[in-house]
Ligand binder design. Structure first.
Ligand code: PEP
Ligand code: MN
Length: 336
């Protein structure tokens, strides 16, 4: 749509798309609204739409992911959470423990990461663990503790939804719902996340291609939720020196393929605390919209992902490095 198109004009186009038997997906943006069209089996005839008032152009999107495609929306999308804009040219740091373990652990970590400059608190309450015998998270109690940490610090919270059954509980508590690598192709969960209004951060699957990842994001978008953030967290390769191979090389291409904001997780991406600050700096340099970093008061005692978790001092040092690179690139850091 043209930049100044009115809501009435947008509504008429949405109606016209419906009359053709297609589904319309308005995608609002600062420079105007794009309206995605799905449900077509062949090429869409642009003629009837081009005649409508307010229509700027009709752009065919050839890739199978349509709504998250950069062709559908030239400007990058911004996800707003509690006064923070993820993807608006600033750099957002999400930090916190892998799992919420106790009231003291989450409250002290929340305050420490806030003091060092993080603007979103992470912490898993429902943990998808490789072993059924490993700590599975504090579940509802973990969500309550995250809420308490948010109330005390003002930091919005991101936490993982592990399955369709517990999604409503997580959605009620969280400011951003995380869908983990192991669930990237849990299509029922993606659809359910698409049918509720909270923003969703979709992590890349353990061995997923970019195309598969974007198709997974499309599942969420197709159900009506375009508030999606992508998170590169490393993929499995032949290399075993690191836990995963953090695929920073895709960032510039990913930017061209999608308008969604991109976060990098150097903690799961490397598996080693000592590597995390370097890769966090690299994430700024390669154009990410932010990082997600695991921080624990005493990583040696963490119930999950201790080896890749930073203590408060190490996180403070990471923030120095991130600030230096961000300021060299004129990227402001997000603040709560
Ligand atoms: C996590 O963020 O703690 C997590 C389980 O991440 P991933 O899904 O990327 O393994
Ligand atoms: Mn973890």
């Amino acid at each position: 749509m043209k930049p100044g198109a009115s809501q009435a004009h947008i509504n008429l186009v949405v109606e016209a798309i419906g009359h053709q038997g297609y589904k319309a997906h308005p995608i609002p943006g600062a420079q105007g609204t794009a309206i995605g069209v799905t449900g077509n089996t062949g090429p869409v005839n642009p003629e009837p739409f081009l005649k409508l008032e307010g229509v700027l152009s009709c752009i065919p999107v050839s890739r199978p992911y349509k709504l998250v495609n950069r062709d559908a929306k030239k400007e990058g999308s911004t996800i707003k959470v509690a006064g923070i804009s993820i993807g608006a040219g600033s750099f957002t740091v999400m930090a916190g423990p892998c799992a919420v373990e106790s009231q003291e652990q989450i409250l002290t970590t929340a305050q420490a990461v806030k003091d060092s400059g993080a603007s979103i608190l992470r912490g898993g309450a429902f943990k998808p663990r490789t072993s059924p015998y490993a700590f599975q998270g504090l579940k509802e109690e973990g969500l309550a503790l995250l809420k308490e940490a948010r109330a005390r610090t003002g930091l919005p919270i991101i936490t993982e939804a592990k399955d369709v059954e517990t999604l409503p509980l997580v959605a009620e508590a969280a400011d951003i719902i995380q869908i983990g690598a192991r669930n990237m192709q849990n299509f029922s969960l993606l659809e359910a996340a698409g049918e509720q209004p909270k923003p969703v951060m979709l992590k890349r699957g353990l061995s997923s291609t970019v195309a598969e990842w974007l198709m997974a994001a499309e599942y969420i978008a197709a159900r009506g939720n375009l508030q999606i953030i992508l998170c590169e967290r490393g993929v499995r390769t032949f290399e075993t020196t690191t836990r995963n191979t953090l695929d920073l090389g895709i960032l510039p291409s990913l930017r061209e393929l999608t308008h969604l904001p991109i976060i990098v997780d150097p903690s799961h991406g490397t598996g080693h605390a000592a590597s995390v600050p370097y890769l966090a700096q690299a994430a700024v340099a390669v154009g990410a919209d932010g990082v997600m970093v695991e921080v624990h008061p005493d990583p040696s005692r963490a119930l999950s992902d201790g080896p890749q978790s930073l203590n408060f001092e190490q996180f403070e040092a990471l923030m120095h490095g991130v600030r230096a690179v961000a300021s060299a690139l004129n990227k402001p850091l997000s603040h709560v």
